[in-house]
Design a protein. Structure first.
Length: 69
């Protein structure tokens, strides 16, 4: 019987934006598009974005990470 080989992780593309200013209308939020990162999950994508774009703690709290389809 053959030994099963481990599958490589499935990496996805993530969109990374930074919330800049909030308006008073229904919580409308304008964002600044930072770029895309390739990662396995959302936590890894956030960590990669912090490192790639050199974000500080205040900017990290305003970071938005969305999976691209």
């Amino acid at each position: 019987m053959r030994a099963k080989t481990a599958k490589p992780p499935k990496f996805r593309s993530w969109r990374v934006s930074l919330v800049r200013k909030r308006s008073q209308y229904l919580g409308y939020v304008t964002t600044r598009y930072l770029g895309r990162v390739i990662a396995e999950n959302q936590a890894a994508a956030e960590a990669a974005a912090v490192k790639a774009f050199n974000l500080d703690a205040e900017q990290r709290s305003r970071l938005v990470v969305q999976q691209r389809s």
